[in-house]
Design a protein around this ligand. Structure first.
Ligand code: CA
Ligand code: CA
Ligand code: CA
Length: 392
């Protein structure tokens, strides 16, 4: 069946056959719903045996409110089973089971199978998240999930939902990923209902994986970057991993940095208009003075394009806490805080890039007040191609 954006109900229908030596009997049909049916769909059956037919026929129609199907997760299936009992009015009856299996996909769940053929697709979501609703993102609750502000990240999905990613240390014992903390994510629909279960992001699980950042692709896929302790070096390393729209990983983990630096962290990821993605992070000892910031362009499957590039031009002292925003022209803007560059404490600086991660113009001073610290910058793209940078 074709997806209908306006309909509020999923339907499927079919025909059951039954034999009776005397089809002239007046047959009645009763339907009972199995206690295990979780979605609350209904099945209506009607005897439709044609006069003088050789075989009895029962037409059935299954209906499920669309909002109930929205609860069905990505890749998740559930079965609704009904018993159709035909009674011939003369003491004879026969049962027939009808099972409807419904599978969730990103935006069009469908009937995976039933004991008669038929197909149903879930209609598009029409509900909006209630303002003020408080959502619990994690379903695994043992221990700590995202106890620090930097250990979680959100990004909007093209279907109106969003994805949340966080660090979970887990409860007593080995933790949620089997070894200390790991990175987990959850897709949610437009009303904040989970779509499928939590997905473990990191494949390498030994030790700590922390500080995730997530960005989404136009097709509903997403990319997560994080720090992993002791995976490629004796310190923290930065990894990226791409997932498809169904939440399945597209290959393994990609090591983002091509030169190891101590204290690498604060990684951010954005997806550009082209579908390529950029990761930026800070690390010590590579820009010639204290901490500097670096970036790497990747294609949409996580393959690096070119080499790491240094984001800050002014390198004396510490440049850190880089944040990125993709711009309408296909490029992006990087903003950060730099110590001592404006003559008094920290200041906010930025650098624009094109779609190939080549610098456009020079880095520029964003904050006009210089006395004291200007720090914790964040940026956002504007619809007209511009951008806004804020800080404290
Ligand atoms: Ca781990
Ligand atoms: Ca520096
Ligand atoms: Ca300053």
């Amino acid at each position: 069946m074709v997806e209908d954006a306006l309909a509020g109900t999923l339907t499927d229908s079919g025909v059951l056959a039954f034999d009776d030596v005397d089809l002239s009997d007046t047959h009645t049909v009763v339907v009972s719903s199995a206690p295990s049916n979780a979605l609350g769909g209904t099945l209506v059956a009607t005897v439709t045996t044609a006069a003088a037919a050789g075989t009895g026929e029962i037409a059935w129609t299954y209906q499920l409110p669309n909002v109930a199907a929205q609860r069905l997760g990505l890749g998740e299936t559930t079965t609704e089973t009904f018993t159709v009992t035909v009674d011939d009015g003369n003491g004879g009856s026969v049962d027939q089971s009808v099972s409807i299996m419904i599978a969730g996909t990103n935006d069009a769940p469908y009937v995976l199978s039933s004991d008669v053929s038929g197909g149903v697709e879930e209609v598009a979501e029409t509900y909006q998240l209630s303002m003020g609703a408080v959502l619990q993102l994690n379903s695994y609750t043992a221990g700590n999930q995202s106890q620090q502000y930097y250990n979680k990240s959100l990004a909007a999905l093209p279907d109106g939902g969003f994805i949340a990613v966080w660090h979970s240390i887990g409860g007593p014992g080995s933790g949620q990923d089997g070894s200390l903390g790991g990175i987990f994510c959850q897709r949610l629909d437009t009303v904040g209902a989970p779509v499928g279960g939590e997905i473990q992001v990191n494949a390498f699980t030994a030790g700590l994986q922390i500080t995730p950042s997530v960005a989404t692709f136009a097709d509903g896929g997403f990319v997560v970057v994080w720090q992993s302790a002791g995976q490629a070096s004796s310190d923290y390393d930065i990894y990226a991993r791409v997932f498809g729209a169904k939440g399945v990983a597209v290959g393994g983990e990609t090591l983002v940095h091509d030169v190891f630096q101590p204290n690498q962290g604060a990684a951010n990821v954005i997806v550009l208009e082209s579908g390529d993605f950029v990761v930026a992070w800070s690390g010590r000892g590579r820009d010639g003075s204290d901490v500097g910031m670096f970036g790497q362009l990747h294609n949409s499957t996580g393959v690096p394009i070119g080499d790491n590039f240094q984001i800050n031009t002014f390198s004396i002292g510490e440049q850190s806490r880089v944040t990125l925003s993709a711009l309408k022209d296909g490029g992006f803007i990087a903003a950060w805080e730099s110590a001592g560059q404006d003559g008094s404490g920290l200041g906010i600086y930025a650098q624009r890039y094109d779609s190939s991660a080549s610098a456009v113009g020079s880095e520029f001073h964003v904050s006009t007040t210089t006395a004291g610290h200007q720090d914790w910058s964040s940026s956002a793209a504007l619809a007209d191609g511009g951008f806004v940078i804020v800080w404290t």
